[in-house]
Design a protein around this ligand. Structure first.
Ligand SMILES: [Zn+2]
Length: 474
């Protein structure tokens, strides 16, 4: 099948343009999103990247196309990094396991479960597959063996396998960090003992050394995979050697994505990723979120303060994914108020007796929204439009309800939540209908009497120029 354009333009870091997303197989978009390293809780900053993947996925669906999303779980191989992007220090999962004195796999599964719980709380649609690095060792080894065979990789004197960066001349295309501008750092001059041929080479497979957990047999001796190779192996395996959209946080642009691109392209002989999308950093109350600054905020903290976790989702939507944004308790509280008001309004709009829907106005509103979203995901502009729609008295209540309902397929703010219609008994419905009739007949005495009867059934009725509406008395 031939390539199919989608009409969705998103900024591509590599070409530095707003580039149209295309389905290269003509059937569905192949999307890969770098997942979590499961050694600690994901904070709301990490969740912003995962939400970006959800927004792009839902936008593709909203435009009428199918999509397949793969997101990896890094449960082994992610070391710390120095300023040059070299991997140094301990494996993050293994180090945490040592600290907590438990099996690293127990640590990994615990944080993996919490990750899925957070995604669900943010209404993020699950990926089709969440491959774990520790369960994809064979695929990574095959990829590494192929790279050695084609002379893109070599076994160093320390029995680790390195990617030979100089065999990949277009290195730096995503980040601008070309090989000749990458200066040798201090660290490897002292630590690497010349195991690498070139200072910018990186490990694909690391010799175990004295490490005894999370290690595997390999053609090059016992060891464990480097972090970058897992994303090449998984994206090419699960998406059949072509990624239409690759998503990750801006901090992964270099070296993680640069290295992934080199590995994947060298192995396939082709440009594997068509579109690199990067989400910007999140600040909290003006500062970068970090353990040392003591301002790490988890989704659980948001819930513990009595807010709906989807308030965080709305805060993210009010900011462009490509701008650094500053989240605060104040903005979360404001978003929480907005969501609750929208849910209440939705119920009121639905319950007015005049069910007139202006389909032309609704279709036009939705088409405009899709155009904004297709223009590099301009969610802030759409939220502004929704706020004015809410107040626009020239649009009928039922039309507003229909628009909010349709757009919630993309925004996923649970606008229809609290829909108590199903819980309304037949008796209550009869009383509501009778009261509406009484009001139309201007029989206000009967109307008041019926309101009191409804109150006994725990239904509170209110009247507005738009008609009668009701809510369940808690
Ligand atoms: Zn990755």
């Amino acid at each position: 099948m031939s390539e199919m354009p989608t009409g969705i333009k998103i900024f591509d870091t590599q070409s530095r343009t707003n580039k149209e997303i295309s389905l290269s197989n003509g059937q569905y978009a192949r999307v890969y999103c770098c997942g979590p390293t499961v050694y600690r809780d994901a904070h709301v900053g990490n969740l912003r990247t995962f939400l970006l993947s959800d927004l792009i996925t839902k936008l593709i669906i909203f435009n009428g196309f199918k999509v397949k999303v793969i997101q990896n779980i890094t449960d082994v191989g992610h070391m710390g990094e120095d300023f040059e992007g070299n991997e140094v220090g301990d494996d993050k999962v293994v180090a945490e396991a040592k600290k907590e004195k438990i099996d690293p796999f127990i640590i990994a599964r615990k944080y993996e479960d919490l990750f899925h719980q957070d995604l669900a709380r943010l209404n993020i649609e699950p990926a089709e597959v969440y491959p774990r690095a520790s369960e994809e060792i064979e695929g990574m080894q095959e990829l590494i063996a192929g790279l050695i065979k084609s002379s893109h990789a070599y076994v160093g004197s320390d029995k680790s396998v390195y990617f030979d960066a100089q065999t990949f001349p277009s290195y730096g295309a995503i980040s601008g960090n070309k090989l000749d501008s990458l200066k040798p750092g201090h660290r490897y001059e002292y630590h690497d003992d010349g195991a690498k041929k070139f200072h910018a080479d990186w490990a694909l497979w690391k010799a175990a050394g004295d490490r005894t957990t999370m290690v595997w047999d390999s053609p090059w001796g016992i060891g464990f995979p480097g972090w970058h190779i897992e994303c090449s192996a998984m994206s090419m395996h699960y998406l059949n050697k072509k990624v239409d959209v690759h998503i990750g946080g801006i901090d992964l642009r270099f070296p993680h994505h640069e290295n992934e691109r080199a590995q994947s392209n060298a192995a396939s002989g082709d440009e594997v990723v068509d579109h690199w999308v990067h989400g910007e950093h999140l600040l909290f109350e003006g500062r970068k979120m970090s353990k040392s600054a003591g301002n790490v905020v988890l989704l659980q903290d948001v819930i513990d303060r009595g807010f709906d976790p989807l308030a965080v989702r709305l805060c993210f939507l009010e900011n462009r994914y490509r701008s650094q944004m500053d989240l605060s308790w104040e903005s979360i509280a404001a978003a929480d108020t907005t969501i609750k008001r929208w849910r209440k309004k939705y119920q009121e709009w639905r319950q007015v007796q005049d069910a007139h829907v202006d389909t032309t106005a609704a279709d036009k509103f939705i088409a405009d929204v899709i155009a904004d979203l297709n223009d590099d995901l301009d969610t802030p502009r759409v939220i502004v439009k929704l706020r004015s729609l809410e107040k626009d008295e020239s649009i009928s209540p039922m039309t507003k309800a229909n628009i909010f309902e349709k757009l919630d397929e993309f925004f996923s703010l649970g606008i229809m939540r609290g829909d108590k219609k199903a819980e309304l008994s037949d008796d209550a419905q009869k009383l509501l209908d009778a009261r509406n009739q009484a009001r139309q007949n201007k029989d206000f005495k009967l109307s008041d009497q019926l309101r009191d009867e409804l109150a006994l059934l725990k239904i509170r009725v209110s009247d507005s120029p738009e008609g009668q509406s009701w809510e369940v008395i808690p």
